[in-house]
Each structure stands twice: as structure tokens, then as C-alpha cells.
Ligand binder design. Structure first.
Ligand code: DC
Length: 209
């Protein structure tokens, strides 16, 4: 078991998943994409016909559902990888992620996942540095211009990305925030290697203290 955690937050398309995956590969650590967990709950709610505005029904579903994120995302044994970024899920996931019961269930699972990893975990999302792992070994907040973020999301429209940003920043429960002591990196126009290199350097500086 390991307590090594790199927590990464940032808005959609800021490079979190790509950077987190590359970091986990480089360090030999596990990787957890928490956005995929909220998307998986959304897929299952759509599949079961649960009303997205029914807080209790969604909360019950989230506490009972079985989610696997790697190598592909599945929910209750059903592969939903190809549905995760559909327009329907992009729209509905903000409601699901704003539900306090769903969040509580996901946060428990995220902590349980990290607690059983051998070497360490790179976790990315929106509340990882502030709520899930406020005492992470290293906290990182990634940003990028809206134009570049929309392009990175397979050309999801700037309007759609901005709508989700607004929902993420303004929701009452665990809104997206920069942790005071996070390393803040603007990834606009920068390569993955450069960003990963800077984070690893920062981790080495912490280790050598
Ligand atoms: O990172 P993503 O776009 O796949 O995230 C999907 C949605 O889930 C997005 O609206 C933000 C939300 N989310 C969240 O509220 N908390 C997290 N830890 C991860 C994602």
C-alpha cells in the first residue's frame, strides 16, 4: 500500500487525462480518471431511465453501481467507453456531478482505490486537490485557453465546453477551485512531455526536501 498521490484538477480539456496518464506511466504508478466515474454513473442512469433531477434515486444508483475505469470504462459489467463523450452524456453529467450523494459515493471509491495501490496513484478531476486528497504528495492545477480546450475535446464546441466549465465552477458542492498550494500550469501550446517533465521535477524537489 502507498500514500504517494499526485492530485490534478483543472477544467475540461486542460490536459489532465493525458498528462496524468503519461505521469503514471513514467512513474510506474496507477491512474484514476474520476471524470470517467461521473460519466459512467450518467450512462447507467440513462440506461435505467433514472430521472437526472431525482437526487435520491441517483444517489442510490451511485452507491450501488460497479464501475471499472481501466482498460475500458464499464458499469455493472456493461462497456460504456464509446458512450462516455456523447452529447447526451456531456449535457447530463453536470447534473449528476452536482448531486451531493453521488459525489459522496464517488469520493469514497476514489480514496479506496488509492489506498490499495502498491506504488502510488495519479488522480485527476475537479475536486481532487481540494476535497478528495487535500494532503496529496503534490497538487497540480492545469489550465489552457478555451479555444485549445475545445479543440482537444475532439472539437466539442467552445459553447458546450464553456457551459460545463460554468457548471463546474459555480455548483454548490465541491466546485472546481485552485488549491492554495497547487502548482499552476498553463498547458496552452505546450507539449505533454514538457508539462510532465515540469511536474516530475517538482516531485523530485519535494522528495529531496
Ligand atoms: O473530466 P470530465 O470532463 O470527463 O468530467 C466529466 C464531468 O464530471 C464534468 O462536468 C466535471 C465532473 N467531475 C467532477 O465534478 N468531479 C470530478 N472529480 C471529476 C469530474
Amino acid at each position: 500500500m502507498s500514500t504517494n498521490i499526485i492530485a490534478i484538477d483543472g477544467p475540461a480539456g486542460s490536459g489532465k487525462s493525458t498528462v496524468a496518464r503519461a505521469l503514471a506511466d513514467t512513474l510506474g504508478w496507477s491512474f484514476l480518471d474520476t471524470g470517467a466515474m461521473y460519466r459512467a454513473v450518467t450512462c447507467e442512469a440513462m440506461y435505467q431511465g433514472v430521472d437526472m433531477k431525482d437526487d435520491d434515486a441517483l444517489g442510490t444508483l451511485a452507491s450501488q453501481v460497479q464501475i471499472v475505469t481501466l482498460p475500458r470504462v464499464s458499469v455493472n459489467g456493461r462497456d460504456v467507453q464509446d458512450q462516455l463523450r456523447s452529447d447526451e452524456v456531456n449535457t447530463a453529467v453536470s447534473l449528476v456531478a452536482a448531486n451531493p450523494k453521488v459525489r459522496a459515493a464517488m469520493v469514497d471509491r476514489q480514496r479506496e482505490f488509492a489506498a490499495i495501490q502498491e506504488s502510488g496513484t495519479v488522480v485527476e478531476g475537479r475536486d481532487i486537490t481540494t476535497v478528495v486528497f487535500p494532503n496529496a504528495t503534490l497538487k497540480v492545477f492545469l489550465t489552457a485557453s478555451l479555444e485549445e480546450r475545445s479543440r482537444r475535446r475532439d472539437d466539442e464546441s467552445e459553447h458546450s465546453v464553456a457551459r460545463r466549465d460554468h457548471a463546474d465552477y459555480s455548483r454548490l458542492v465541491s466546485p472546481l477551485r485552485q488549491a492554495d498550494d497547487a502548482l499552476i500550469l498553463d498547458t496552452t501550446g505546450r507539449s505533454i512531455e514538457e508539462v510532465v517533465g515540469e511536474i516530475i521535477q517538482c516531485l523530485k524537489n519535494i522528495d529531496s526536501k
